[in-house]
Design a protein around this ligand. Structure first.
Ligand SMILES: Nc1ncnc2c1ncn2[C@@H]1O[C@H](COP(=O)(O)OP(=O)(O)OP(=O)(O)O)[C@@H](O)[C@H]1O
Ligand SMILES: [Mg+2]
Length: 251
């Protein structure tokens, strides 16, 4: 069987900045793949390209589950089974927690009415937000917002979940909880997951394979334990201490 996601010859220029550079990789069904790279490496831009938020330079090819994605609008790509979370939480302000999850499912057309409501309730339980269904999103704690973000992404029943720094801003206990949640949805829902993260300790335990980026380019791919020792990866992090980037060993 072919890979779930196949990316080839992906490039993106923002004016003179080559933000994503000749990126090629594939992801098999059921994998948890980590994307590692210092600030500005092009990680979020990669997600924006995969989800149709921005268009790549000509010549690229992205295939998901047999569908060619390039040129499709974000809602079409979501409808094919790719959900994402955002680096900065983007809840729908003015709606309740439950309404936020239901909105997340609307594009998928897989659940309707009462089913949708029940699925949203179940997801909130799964992410640890049971009892907070009616709460306005703006009063949620930061950690709860990150959980809601995942419930919202899962509501559409994706086959591929793209997480953009889900642990950012969380404390140790919250990171462990969220990590367990990601592992659980991966196992329960048969999800394939791609995870961008700087917090290396949990990241290393969670992912089966790592793709390391620097200046938009894939500089290493392989097992997590090999990647953190890879000279190019160490150089990418340590080489930038002076610019204020958090070095890998401090994460
Ligand atoms: N819409 C845009 N217009 C112009 N430049 C952009 C745009 N989006 C990203 N960039 C630039 O592209 C480069 C890669 O940005 P990106 O956000 O993908 O990095 P990142 O790896 O996600 O970094 P971080 O770890 O800080 O989130 C950066 O130099 C950024 O300033
Ligand atoms: Mg980013």
């Amino acid at each position: 069987m072919s890979a779930l996601l196949e990316v080839s010859n992906l490039n993106k220029h923002f004016g003179g900045l080559h933000a994503v550079r000749n990126v090629n990789f594939s992801v098999e069904r059921g994998e948890i793949v980590g994307i590692l790279g210092p600030n500005g490496a092009g990680k979020t831009t990669l997600y924006n390209l995969l989800t149709g938020f921005i268009a790549p330079d000509p010549g690229a090819s992205v295939t998901f589950d047999g569908h060619k994605l390039l040129g499709l609008a974000p809602h079409r790509i979501a409808g094919l089974g790719i959900s994402r979370t955002f680096q900065l939480c983007r809840p729908f302000i003015g709606m309740s927690v439950l309404e936020n999850v239901i909105v997340g499912a609307l594009g998928s057309r897989r659940d309707h009415g009462a089913d949708l409501d029940a699925r949203a309730q179940a997801l909130l339980g799964q992410v640890g937000l049971a009892g907070k269904e009616g709460v306005p999103v703006e009063v949620l704690s930061y950690g709860d917002q990150r959980r809601l973000e995942i419930a919202r992404a899962l509501a559409a029943r994706p086959a591929l979940l793209l997480l953009d720094e889900p642990f950012a801003g969380l404390g140790g206990g919250e990171i462990a909880d969220l990590s367990a949640l990601i592992r659980q949805v991966h196992a329960d829902e048969g999800l394939t997951v791609i995870l961008i993260e700087h917090k290396l300790r949990e990241f290393m335990r969670l992912v089966g394979r790592v793709i390391a980026l620097d200046f938009g380019e894939v500089i290493a791919q392989g097992l997590p334990e090999d990647i953190v020792r890879h000279p190019a990866v160490i150089e990418a992090y340590i080489g930038r201490d002076a610019t204020g980037t958090e070095p890998a060993h401090a994460a």
